[in-house]
Write a protein that binds this ligand. Structure first.
Ligand code: URA
Length: 434
């Protein structure tokens, strides 16, 4: 190991606004992955980076060091029946009710591409795809590389724990979650791109969330984040593009692990909420273009059941059994409308925090999440409500959680009244990059 560096000096350098030299970044990531830098030292460095930032070159080096901390897979030569199968993946920067990955991987697989999706668990108030999938009986997110390759060739989709890919990210991700250092452009970009570049996808589409329930609250920083990630992808030979999408209100009508799986199954059965369907198809279109399969019709796969078949095949290949009913929480409480009116905006952050308080997310690393906990939204923004009607149902296995959950939800929505009362509609897709 290079002994010419030490953590306190590098923390002080970043604290004082200096650039970290390339070799120092390599040393930091290597030493932290090998547990040779203490958690409190890395926590201090992360806070210094959060406050001082990293420039594009530092971020590129930090990302490359994170990729080098583990295995790097390569699926460019994936074949089915002797023919090359293009691989393409998508990653969302994290939102509330964001179950898009579940129908999306199935739609894209049904259109002929293969999706190797390394996924994470919940971070802060945002849900994690692996936590959602683990509410399906028997589903195993741990896939050895040889089985992953086989599954991609046979089924066209796999959603798996990053495991040996970018192990530095797994440690940093968990530390950021408990040190208020998540919302940092270089740290998000390097976290996302290290996993995605290590997983060996041939192309990548990013869903960069913007709004109250996202890590990026406004379009300017979100676009900067998108551009930074696109550059990192290009530097590693992976064509990357991004959609900027609204995350001021939750996506769909459910937030929470099993609740969201059920909604994803509705979409795969040809129904489901309009916004979930629209975003699934928009992202699928981008992915299929990058994969060179733009002659395919993603919407048809939802109508004709081929996307559902692809999802069922992926779940079965990973040990999951969709014939077992999804878990339902032991207790529920309903929030009703105090008067007639129109549902105004529903704040994604408030609903995300409500679901988290109910037990859908973690407050300590490694904690078990409740599969059935979460929120069902009965009236979406702009819909009429009558006094006494159900607006939200809250679910948990631990009734003592209802009090704090109601406190989060209380200020998160409004019933508008008067003949012209209606929230201003927001476009779901705000922009694209490049
Ligand atoms: N998703 C990630 O993988 N990492 C982040 O830092 C944020 C969202």
């Amino acid at each position: 190991m290079n002994r010419s560096f030490d953590a306190p000096t590098l923390i002080a350098a970043k604290r004082d606004g200096h650039r970290l030299p390339d070799a120092a970044i390599d040393w930091l990531i290597d030493s932290y992955t090998a547990a040779e830098i203490a958690e409190e030292q890395m926590a201090a460095l992360l806070m210094a980076i959060f406050l001082r930032g990293m420039d594009a070159e530092e971020t590129a080096r930090w990302t490359a060091a994170m990729i080098a901390s583990g295995e790097r897979m390569d699926f460019r030569e994936l074949r089915r029946d002797g023919r090359r199968v293009p691989t393409v993946d998508k990653h969302s920067t994290g939102g509330v009710g964001d179950k898009i990955t579940l129908p999306l991987v199935a739609v894209v697989a049904a259109c002929g591409a293969a999706v190797p999706q390394a996924s994470g668990r919940g971070l802060g108030h945002t849900g994690g795809t692996l936590d959602k999938l683990e509410s399906i009986a028997g589903f195993d997110p741990v896939l050895p590389t040889a089985r992953l390759r086989e599954q991609l060739a046979e089924v066209g989709a796999a959603i798996f724990a990053a495991g040996a890919l970018a192990p530095a990210d797994a440690k940093l991700y968990a530390l950021r979650d408990i040190t208020a250092t998540v919302e940092s452009l270089p740290l998000i970009a390097s976290s996302v791109m290290s996993k995605k570049l290590a997983e060996g996808t041939g192309a990548l589409v990013l869903d960069v969330k913007v709004g109250s329930g996202a890590f990026m609250k406004s379009a300017g920083p979100a676009r900067q984040l998108a551009e930074l990630m696109i550059e990192l992808g290009a530097a590693h030979g992976v064509p990357t593009r991004a959609l900027l999408t609204d995350m001021n209100s939750p996506l769909g009508a459910t937030v929470g692990n099993a609740l969201e799986v059920a909604e994803a199954l509705d979409v795969l059965a040809g129904g489901g909420p309009e916004d979930v369907v629209a975003l699934t198809l928009a992202l699928a279109t981008e992915m299929l273009e990058l994969a060179g399969l733009d002659d395919r019709e993603p919407a048809a796969t939802l109508a004709d059941g081929t996307a559902m078949d692809a999802f069922a095949a992926m779940v079965a290949a990973q040990g999951g059994d969709l014939s077992v009913a999804l878990p339902v929480a032991a207790c529920s409480e309903t929030v009703t409308a105090p008067r007639d009116g129109t549902m105004g905006e529903i704040d994604a952050m408030a609903v995300g925090m409500t679901a988290w308080r109910l037990g859908a997310g973690r407050s300590r690393p490694g904690e078990r999440v409740q599969a059935g906990a979460g929120v069902r939204i009965h009236r979406r923004p702009g819909e009429p409500v009558s006094a006494g009607e159900a607006l939200f149902t809250l679910y948990t296995d631990a009734p003592e959680r209802f009090g704090p959950a109601h406190a989060e939800l209380d200020g998160g929505y409004r019933i508008l009244s008067g003949p012209d009362a209606a929230p201003v509609p927001r476009p779901l897709i705000i922009g694209a990059a490049p």
